[in-house]
Design a protein around this ligand. Structure first.
Ligand code: ATP
Length: 202
């Protein structure tokens, strides 16, 4: 999957809608201090499902909504869409027929939020599954911010293993294993209850 376009509206310093097209090769974002370069990276991280306001350099999630400036009033909604091309075929099978995948996240000031996949409402889990094992995603290694290399070098072996597993494509299977184990556990509890009921009837 390759990033094709990023649309930002009402996110942090972006009051008006801004669309960034990512062409072939390397894209660099340059500008004076405080102009919003890091906010672009925050927008990418946020739309891919980041849940921690701290990781987006805020105190609470509402801080990501445009909070007003000298000449503009605060907005009530932040919306970011990230569009991926599917040309390389490295997408989950169910998206192979789409020429692009659009992931959208919205947050209203009252706290209500929405996730959309190709403009249809979805769950955060659907977004997380889409990015699993791709190296993209809110927590994956595709975003290397200041201090991250040092953090990886100084991390515990178990923490480093998470990154290696993501690169090796194991994350999806581990997540599915957890879901399967939970189902087995619920089934065991149900069987236990049934055998209790049966012994009461006898
Ligand atoms: P530097 O080069 O110094 O690292 P930068 O270009 O990466 O700077 P950012 O950190 O992306 O800049 O943007 C900082 C700007 O974003 C500040 O002017 C800040 O006031 C503005 N900003 C952050 N959150 C909001 C918000 N919710 N509403 C309005 N403006 C915001």
């Amino acid at each position: 999957m390759k990033i094709k376009r990023l649309d930002i509206l009402g996110f942090k310093s972006f009051h008006d809608k801004v669309s960034l097209d990512f062409q072939q090769g390397i894209t660099g974002i340059v500008g004076p201090n405080g102009c919003g370069k890091s906010n672009v990276v925050d927008a990418i991280r946020w739309v891919m499902g980041e849940q921690s306001a701290k990781n987006l350099r805020g105190k609470q999630m509402e801080d990501i909504i445009f909070g007003g400036s000298e000449c503009r009033k605060p907005l009530g909604l932040a919306e970011v869409s990230l569009v991926f091309s599917t040309d390389d075929g490295r997408v989950p099978a169910k998206y192979l027929n789409y020429s692009e995948i659009q992931v959208t996240r919205r947050l209203y000031r009252d706290g209500e939020s929405e996730y959309l996949l190709n403009k249809s409402q979805c769950r955060l889990l659907d977004i997380a599954e889409l990015f699993m094992d791709t190296g993209v995603g809110a927590r994956a290694y595709s975003i290397i911010e200041q201090g991250k290399i040092g953090m990886i070098l100084h991390s515990k072996p178990e923490e480093r293993r998470v990154l290696i597993e993501e690169a090796a494509g194991v994350t999806k299977f581990k997540a599915r294993k957890q879901v399967a184990l939970k189902k087995i556990d619920v089934t065991r509890q149900n069987l236990l209850r049934i055998s209790d009921i049966l012994s009461e009837i006898k």
